[in-house]
Design a protein around this ligand. Structure first.
Ligand SMILES: Nc1ncnc2c1ncn2[C@@H]1O[C@H](COP(=O)(O)OP(=O)(O)O)[C@@H](O)[C@H]1O
Ligand SMILES: C=C(OP(=O)(O)O)C(=O)O
Ligand SMILES: [K+]
Ligand SMILES: [Mg+2]
Length: 593
């Protein structure tokens, strides 16, 4: 027996008078017990189309098919059979999914797949082909290159290796380029890997350029206005306080500083200065968010076709809008997603408009913690994660998640608790920085992120502890409202019916992100026609992106998908799924035939 429930909604004029929805006489069970309804199909189709396209009979209410003979089921079965008959092996190559997802699905089934996405910063400790491969196998979804460090040639080499890895080994690792931004930082220490500053020593911070070797106890500073901005008596903090100096004398371009908290100085470490307990914001606050060097790096990123550009030290939404239109005018293959890094006081002030303007955000706790009191960082993190979810933007929690693993093979208990909390908050992605860029245990650190994520996600599902965060409507058009309602309902149905997976057919990824936003219990298979969209979906919670050519005909799309996934052993007969699509705005519940 099968049930098909169809709503036809006429919507060219959005006045309530022409908008008719009738209640279905047969409704999908919302009991919490999962009932395998083998060979049945229940579908609810909400179709928004121009009123003039529909006559009165078409727009009239609900079509219910009580028997399977003439309903959607029979055509699904027929189509499926036909697909199967025609060269299944040739067809099975036309669905692209990364090897890690495939293996995870085959070995452990739907429920156990990881929902939280993982980003690794690539540096000297992880840039080799085999090292990158090991990270990909371990679950790296996105490789981040930080333009603060290394040359463009070095970054190009990393991008090429990741691309080759994807092509040759079937991964789908996306690339994120992170701009240097106009932060004030130290120079390269004349090639030394570090320098020790001792208590009571006097160091010279200077804007003069030197050929190596540098004079003893000399630090070059990248910002020309440095010597003018600081005052005698200011505190100078390296990396938010890892080393502390006090300004004792200014002589032209040289600033003499007394070390008051000793420690290790690392190349290009960030510098902030404080006066009367407040961050000093002189002319340095006027520096452009995107420097001329950043624009060259951005051109490089566009030419290399990176998937994401993360913008450091964002102050306002304007810069994000500007960059997005710059990219749109230049990027060849679709656009590059722009991620706003929230790491300054200004970005906190303009948080909502910045997130609105961006394609995603990063809680960049490293620099954020150097600008606001440390004890305020956790609550800002929570707020940013929640706001991103409400505005439907992916969010990354970054920096010092497993800092001790730069040196040690296991994390501290406190670090594990921090990672757990970020997973519990349901951020989209977690990011490694120094742990994977220059630490001794990049793979082990990634394994910790993966296992902790899996553990917390499973526990959350087992306890059925769905959080009560309110998801406000974000749609800006009637059609968007329909998509949003469909995704909210489909996610709820998926939880109540305990389905195995949600399927979403989405050309630009919007419907997939709306489903991800609901953080449903089951994984979301996102089918998209474009490789670039597929790579970008890698950043979003719970999405398993597939590339697949499909038509506007949902039935044939489903048949094709079932046969391809079955041929690859990723689904099996009887699995219960809910499918939604952005072509025919619909929800269908069915067992895989
Ligand atoms: N491309 C690179 N080349 C050399 N070292 C790098 C590179 N990328 C990252 N690193 C090292 O890894 C550390 C952590 O990376 P990250 O957090 O991205 O930078 P930062 O510490 O400047 O914020 C850096 O301080 C630097 O020592
Ligand atoms: C991720 C961050 O930015 P970066 O590593 O580029 O300083 C941060 O400050 O936390
Ligand atoms: K950066
Ligand atoms: Mg930063």
């Amino acid at each position: 027996m099968s049930h098909a429930i169809n709503f036809f909604v006429s919507s060219s004029s959005h006045s309530p008078a022409t908008f008719k929805i009738s209640r279905p006489s047969v409704f999908v069970s919302t009991g919490s017990l999962r009932v395998p309804v083998k060979k049945s199909l229940r579908s609810l189709v909400v179709k928004a189309s121009a009123a003039s396209d529909l006559d009165e009979s078409q727009s009239s209410p609900v079509l219910v098919s009580e028997n399977g003979s003439g309903g959607v089921l029979s055509s699904v079965t027929k189509e499926y059979g036909r697909n199967n008959a025609v060269a299944p092996s040739a067809d099975s190559s036309s669905i692209e999914v990364d090897t890690v997802t495939e293996a995870e699905l085959k070995e452990n089934g739907f429920r156990s797949t990881r929902r939280t996405k993982l980003i690794c910063t690539i540096g000297p400790a992880s840039c080799g082909f085999e090292q990158l491969e090991a990270l990909a196998v371990e679950g790296m979804n996105v490789a981040r290159i930080n333009m603060c460090h290394g040359t463009r040639d070095w970054h190009r080499m990393v991008i090429e290796r990741v691309r080759r890895l994807n092509e040759e080994k079937g991964f789908a690792v996306a690339i994120m380029m992170d701009t240097e931004g106009s932060e004030i930082h130290m120079g390269d220490l004349g090639g030394a890997s570090s320098a020790k500053a001792e208590d009571g020593e006097i160091w010279n911070f200077t804007v003069r350029a030197f050929d190596p070797p540098l004079p003893e106890r000399t630090i070059t500073v990248n910002y020309d206005g440095f010597a003018e901005d600081v005052k005698v008596g200011d505190d100078l903090l390296v990396d938010g306080g890892m080393v502390r100096f006090e300004v004792i004398e200014k002589i032209g371009p040289d600033v003499k500083c007394l070390c008051t908290d000793p420690g290790l100085l690392l190349p290009r470490a960030n510098l902030t200065f404080w006066r009367d307990g407040k961050l000093v914001r002189e002319r340095n606050a006027m520096l452009p968010t995107i420097s001329s060097k950043d624009w060259l790096d951005i051109d490089f990123g566009i030419a290399e076709g990176v998937d994401f550009i993360a913008v450091s030290f964002v102050k306002s939404a304007e810069v994000i809008k500007h960059l997005k239109s710059y990219i749109k005018a230049r990027a060849r293959d679709g656009d590059i997603a722009v991620i706003a890094k929230i790491e300054s006081i200004d970005s906190l002030r303009n948080l909502e408009e910045i997130i609105q303007a961006s394609d995603g955000a990063m809680v960049a706790r490293g620099d954020l913690g150097a600008q606001i009191p440390l004890e305020q960082v956790p609550s800002e993190q929570q707020k940013i994660v929640q706001l991103c979810r409400q505005l439907n933007r992916p969010v990354i929690v970054a920096s010092q998640l497993l800092e001790s693993m730069i040196e040690y093979p296991i994390p501290t208990r406190a670090e594990v608790a921090d990672v757990s909390e970020a997973v519990r908050q349901r951020g989209d992605a977690l990011m490694l920085s120094g742990e994977s860029a220059m630490g001794q245990f990049p793979e082990k650190a990634l394994t910790v992120l993966r296992t902790v994520s899996l553990r917390i996600e499973r526990r959350w599902r087992e306890q059925k502890r769905r959080e009560v965060i309110e998801l406000p409507s974000i749609a800006s058009s009637f059609s968007d409202s329909i998509s949003e309602e469909i995704c909210n309902s489909a996610a709820k149905m998926a939880n109540n019916l305990e389905v195995d997976a949600l399927f979403v057919y989405t050309k630009n990824g919007h419907m997939a992100s709306l489903l991800s936003r609901c953080r449903p219990d089951c994984p979301i298979f996102a089918f998209t026609t474009a490789t670039s969209v597929r790579r970008r979906l890698n950043l979003q919670w719970g999405l398993m992106p597939f590339r697949l050519n499909y038509s506007d005909d949902m039935e044939s799309n489903l048949n094709k998908t079932f046969s391809l996934l079955k041929a690859r052993g990723m689904i099996k007969s009887g699995d219960l799924i809910i499918a939604v699509s952005d072509m025919l705005q619909s929800i269908q519940v069915m067992n895989v035939p």
